[in-house]
Design a protein around this ligand. Structure first.
Ligand SMILES: [Zn+2]
Length: 67
């Protein structure tokens, strides 16, 4: 299971991909473009972050249903 989610950096707008199973509330990763730490919070005021989180949740649910 290695579905990739497209993540947009709130600071520089650059995009990168991260595994869906890693993206959940409280997870953070460094931007590959500007090295800013991107924090995934469901209460984030950045819509791209919230979108990535719900996308990851959906993929994880699908993965569970497939087994
Ligand atoms: Zn960035």
């Amino acid at each position: 299971m290695s579905e990739l989610i497209r993540v947009q950096c709130p600071k520089c707008g650059g995009t990168m991909k991260e595994k869906a199973k890693k993206i959940r509330g409280g997870y953070s990763m460094p931007c590959t473009h500007c090295a800013t730490s991107i924090v995934f919070e469901s209460e984030s005021n950045n819509s791209a972050i919230r979108q990535a989180l719900s996308q990851a949740r959906r993929l994880r649910r699908q993965a569970m249903a497939a087994h």
